[in-house]
Write a protein that binds this ligand. Structure first.
Ligand code: GLY
Length: 584
């Protein structure tokens, strides 16, 4: 329970950052980081905001199951982590019951009925004014509330209204602003124009200034939106007052989403992607996520090597990971999109051991291959950056039911557009569509058909909420934010657990270990800058790989269940400043 007494336990610390002294409110409860996994005999919740993890834990203590805690945590993150937690975005949930039932829920955003394939292009065929990422055309019909409603209807135990209560309290009574929030909110005063009036009002003190870290930050309009969801469930968002506010704002400012778009939105329950890896079962999201197919394809390739013997993060190990990533990301571009509009995605072939064997046989143990553009109309350009926001959280309850959720607004704070009177941020998820039909370039722009814009279509995603199981019982719930890096981050945590034994009290290492990323194009591997020795990097480059350094890759939030001891080990990645694992 987030009581005032608990909030008053915060202490202010000062530390030097880039030669600037910054006052930070630091909860002693938030001090857990991934390197030190937290054990629990009961349930466990791990998320990118410690207050949301506490909400999930509280729901478990009230007798809720993992699904109840996951629903409550989603709504709590919509309040405490406005950069990615949301009601105005969408995502995916993977469930593995202690009884062996496995299922997934798709609540990805959809393009409006009025969307068209070329709606972002100007007369020369270029994207007009970044309109696929900035402004109302980039906004997809939100899916989160429908997703939470559907999973709760199917698998929840506590009353729906109870699961909204903690989030409403956090929004109405307030929560301490944190350093991480200040960091992000610093960009808001620069957002000019009427589209952003409600954003400034919602997130800036008196609409103009920054909240100091530790100052109480309230979101009264969001509290009212959450109350309507609490009272009326799915319809409390997609019909009535909230839908009216969204559709009215869209109509006034040239957006496409109508009351009909909102009223039509339903989440889907989908059969998971299933693979096996060294005796474990791997369950993850099917399309419109590319995550499940991607991780299973890479694991199948890597199963042919003795990775433990080759050595964690050795040059040869990184080479084999890279070559698997290269091949899997090429297939992602070629085949994967919204399955409702791409009924022929060859899921079975892409996730088969036989196909992985063919791909493996094309890997040279000593030399990097080149990303092959032969199948594409590819032009070579300088590299461009891609947003790596999104958030993942994992939940396990006392019975051993496990939930992995990754959901997102796309950019940090999504479109940065708050719906006036409703207090929540809209996503800019439609930036995940291929905006320019036919253009695939060396910096990572993809223009292949499966992921072109269409009415009611869901954009391709990389989100990879994943549950690894053994003998019918979940042993690992995992996932991460990070745009296209998500699949590779999740892959590397799974390898750390299965191949390198970073389990139990060592599980934090699985989360914290340095990571790499390759995505076919650009044909360059990013290394987390602080994580690899120059000697390893030299050996790797000598194989013919191009390398660049980058900051932290993703924020993996995981739980490892040790069925022998009964302990659940939760680890929040220290790459997420406010993250926390909370057990009971
Ligand atoms: N917006 C991140 C993803 O869907 O992969």
């Amino acid at each position: 329970m987030i009581t005032r007494k608990r909030l008053s336990a915060f202490a202010v610390r000062t530390f030097a950052l880039s030669a600037v002294s910054v006052s930070v409110v630091f909860s002693p409860l938030a001090a857990q980081s991934g390197r030190m996994a937290a054990p629990s005999r009961g349930g466990m919740v791990v998320s990118s905001h410690y207050l949301a993890s506490e909400v999930g834990q509280e729901i478990l203590e009230q007798g809720g199951n993992a699904v109840d805690a996951a629903v409550a945590t989603a709504f709590a993150l919509a309040v405490t982590l406005p950069s990615a937690g949301n009601v105005g975005g969408g995502g995916f949930l993977v469930y593995h019951g202690a009884d062996g039932e496995v299922t997934t829920f798709n609540f990805r955003e959809k393009a409006a009925l009025a969307a068209t394939e070329r709606m972002y292009l100007d007369g020369t065929g270029e994207v007009r004014d970044n309109s696929n990422r900035i402004g109302l055309l980039a906004v997809g019909v939100p899916g989160t509330v429908a997703g939470m409603w559907k999973v709760h209807q199917r698998l929840g135990r506590l009353p729906w209204a109870d699961l909204l209560e903690p989030a409403i309290r956090l929004a109405a009574d307030g929560m301490p602003s944190t350093w991480a929030m200040q960091n992000w909110l610093g960009s808001l005063p620069g957002r000019a124009g009427p589209l952003y009036d409600a954003t400034r009002e919602a997130f800036l003190k008196d609409g103009v200034g920054m909240y100091e870290p530790g100052e109480t930050f309230r979101q009264p309009d969001l509290a009212e939106t959450l109350r309507r969801i609490q009272r009326d469930g799915h319809d409390g968002f997609y019909r009535g007052e909230t839908a009216k506010l969204v559709a009215g704002f869209m109509a006034e400012h040239g957006g496409l989403i109508t009351a009909e778009d909102l009223a039509r939105y339903e989440a889907d329950e989908l059969t998971p992607i299933h693979g096996t890896y060294r005796g474990y079962d791997v369950y993850s999201m099917p399309p419109p996520s590319s995550g499940g197919i991607g991780i299973v394809e890479m694991l199948n390739i890597l199963e042919g090597y003795d990775l433990a013997e080759i050595g964690h993060n050795s040059a040869l190990y990184l080479h084999l990971l890279t070559e698997s990533m290269r091949r899997s990301y090429a297939d992602r571009a070629l085949y994967i999109g919204d399955p409702k509009l791409n009924p022929d995605i060859p899921v079975e072939r892409l996730t088969s051991k036989a196909y992985a064997g063919q791909l493996r046989s094309s890997i040279d143990m000593e030399r990097a291959s080149r990303s092959d553009s032969a199948a594409f109309n590819t032009v070579f350009l300088a590299e461009s950056a891609e947003s790596e926001e999104t958030t993942h959280y994992s939940v396990v309850d006392a019975e051993g039911n496990a939930v992995a959720v990754t959901y997102t607004l796309e950019f940090g704070y999504g479109s940065s557009i708050v719906v006036p009177g409703a207090g929540f941020l809209l996503n800019n998820e439609l930036g995940d569509f291929n905006a320019i039909p036919g253009r695939t370039d060396s910096r990572g722009t993809i223009g292949t058909p499966p992921n072109l814009v269409a009415p009611q279509k869901q954009p391709l995603s990389s989100m990879t909420p994943t549950i690894v199981a053994r003998d019918g019982r979940p042993v690992l719930a995992i996932g991460s934010p990070g745009g296209r890096t998500i699949i590779n981050t999740t892959l590397q945590v799974v390898l750390n657990v299965v191949d390198h034994g970073m389990t139990g009290s060592q599980f934090g290492r699985a989360i914290e270990s340095p990571r790499i990323h390759h995505q076919w194009f650009p044909d360059v591997t990013s290394f987390e800058e602080w994580g690899f020795s120059p000697d390893t990097r030299r050996l790797y480059e000598a194989m013919g790989h191009a390398v660049r350094s980058r900051g932290g890759q993703g924020s993996a939030m995981g739980i490892y269940i040790d069925w022998d001891t009964g302990l659940r080990w939760g680890a929040a990645d220290s790459r997420a400043f406010d993250g926390g694992a909370r057990g009971n």
